[in-house]
Design a protein around this ligand. Structure first.
Ligand code: NAG
Ligand code: NAG
Ligand code: NAG
Ligand code: NAG
Ligand code: NAG
Length: 311
């Protein structure tokens, strides 16, 4: 077999089954507010709803990346679209975005969540979307706010299978509950239950120092233990083989501190955290006084990573 032939087979493998399939006539394309409320019934018979953003320039023959954006506890996919604006084509001109609704408005990982296996739901949903649309299987990304951020960084990224399907993971104000109780909770040392299926998993987190819901320095919450954000992020760097030291950069007169782990040319910032002065339990927006636009930063981050290794 020639090298070219092997190469073409490889490229083919990252195009999904849905390539070439016409888009259903009742689906609309476009920015925030033009997304489609679709229902997916899981193999176990649970109906799950979500908003699906289809880019205006979607070409059914070109493999197209996909972003998940998971809402916080008590919110909806529609709320999350408005909060993060990944459907706004000035931030994201090319990628699909899915904003699923959690069961009882929560995600696996929240101590109050009703016990659905949301990781399996996401894996099934990825397959279903790949069957329907031309998805770039090497460029599927995950993000979320609060409980949704924890679901992204602490459930999906820690899952042996999901970590091999999703190229990079982001979370805002992430709630990464640990353990089964809050007894003896030491936020700076609490161990993690995390079993990713590959090395070098890209991780991005944004968090406000004035967050009074998911405190920056963690502690007991809902009978569980929340880690400090520096501990959470440093453990990801260690798990990724990047060591525990970071490059610290002060931005916006010290109101934003960016911590990047990883030293080689491919890995600088593979694990990155933005600490934001004065911000509460929010998704960072410059227009709301948070100095950075988290959506813009997440898009830059996602664009750096793909599963086929061509960084
Ligand atoms: C589009 O039509 C399909 C098939 O008739 C239906 O299952 C689906 O719910 C519709 N989607 C929307 C967003 O109306
Ligand atoms: C989709 O529609 C269902 C049923 O009307 C609703 O419960 C759900 O909140 C909607 N989802 C989104 C993401 O808008
Ligand atoms: C969308 O978010 C903006 C800014 O936070 C807010 O003012 C507006 O009420 C929200 N709209 C909806 C429909 O939730
Ligand atoms: C980054 O390194 C500095 C200096 O060692 C340390 O003070 C800081 O806590 C580290 N940041 C994180 C997020 O671990
Ligand atoms: C953030 O918290 C500090 C310490 O509690 C307080 O002094 C400051 O006013 C708060 N900043 C904002 C923007 O709320």
């Amino acid at each position: 077999m020639s090298i070219l032939c092997v190469f073409l087979q490889y490229v083919d493998a990252i195009k999904s089954v849905g390539c070439g399939k016409a888009v259903s006539a009742n689906l609309t394309r476009g920015g925030v507010g033009s997304s489609n409320n679709i229902t997916y019934t899981t193999t176990s018979g649970v109906k799950r709803t979500m908003l699906l953003h289809i880019p205006i320039n979607y070409d059914i023959n070109s493999k197209t990346p996909l972003i998940f954006s998971f809402h916080g506890h008590g919110r909806t996919g529609a709320w999350q679209e408005n909060l993060t604006r990944f459907s706004d084509e000035s931030f994201n001109p090319d990628m699909f975005v899915v904003y699923p609704d959690g069961i009882n408005a929560m995600w696996q990982g929240d101590p109050d969540a009703p016990g659905y296996d949301d990781v399996s739901f996401v894996l099934e949903l990825i397959k279903s979307l790949e069957d329907e649309f031309c998805i770039d299987k090497a460029r599927i990304y995950s993000s979320g706010q609060s409980n949704g951020g924890g679901f992204s960084l602490n459930q999906l990224a820690c899952d042996p299978i999901a970590s091999n399907k999703i190229a990079a993971f982001m979370g805002g104000s992430a709630a990464a509950y640990q353990g089964t109780s809050d007894v003896g909770c030491n936020a700076a040392t609490v161990p993690f239950d995390c079993n990713p299926g590959r090395d070098f998993i890209p991780i991005l987190e944004t968090h406000g120092l004035n967050d009074t819901t998911i405190a920056y320095y963690g502690g007991p919450r809902k009978d569980r233990c929340l880690p400090t954000i520096p501990h959470f992020i440093t453990e990801w760097a260690k798990r990724d083989g990047l060591g525990s030291s970071n490059i610290t950069t002060s931005q916006s007169s010290g109101n934003v501190i960016k911590y990047q782990f990883g030293a080689s040319i491919h890995a600088t910032g593979l694990v990155t955290h933005y600490r934001i002065q004065g911000m509460g339990h929010s998704w960072p927006w410059k227009s709301e006084g948070h100095y950075i636009d988290a959506t813009e930063i997440a898009m830059e981050f996602f664009n750096n990573y793909r599963l086929d290794g061509a960084w």
